[in-house]
Design a protein. Structure first.
Length: 155
């Protein structure tokens, strides 16, 4: 496994729409392993392909409930709303309030290509929505309704 370089917000690669993953091969496994290692090393809860310069529909998420690998993910159902503070490994030291669905059903494939469906809520749902936005070139700073001074988050 290896750490990959995290792309920062002014890079165009973060603004592109990602293509679906078509090959479920060894290279994909290595990418997923590297992405998880990079996310944990940066103390993040999610990381999407474009953030390591890979324009494919792929993301990893771990909000403390174990690692979730998402390949070609799609939200097929959402319910309710929640508003809370978000950050992003590509936007260091920026925080802002974002409204997200409170509950989602996400469909995707695992690293072997097998399809699955998951019902997620609260922070887990938020993290997955944030990562899926990355796959369409969207950042949380585009949709935050209020930015927060990091100093105000300390207490
Ligand atoms: Ni992000």
């Amino acid at each position: 496994m290896a750490l990959r370089k995290i792309v920062l917000k002014n890079d165009d690669v973060l603004r592109k729409k990602c293509k679906p993953v078509e090959k479920f091969d060894e290279k994909l496994g290595i990418l997923l392993d590297d992405m998880a290692e990079t996310m944990y090393n940066a103390k993040g809860v999610g990381l999407a392909g474009p953030q390591v310069g890979v324009l494919r529909r792929i993301a990893v998420v771990d909000v403390g409930e174990g690692l979730l690998e998402l390949i070609n993910p799609e939200i097929v159902k959402f319910k309710g709303t929640q508003r809370d503070v978000e950050g992003c490994l590509s936007c260091p030291n920026e925080w802002g309030y974002v409204v997200r669905p409170n509950e989602i059903i996400v469909k995707g494939q695992d690293r072997t290509g097998k399809y699955f469906q998951l019902k997620l809520k609260d922070f887990f749902a938020r993290a997955v929505c944030h990562e899926l936005d990355h796959l369409d070139g969207k950042l949380f700073i585009d949709i935050a309704d209020e930015m927060v001074d990091p100093k105000d988050l300390k207490d």
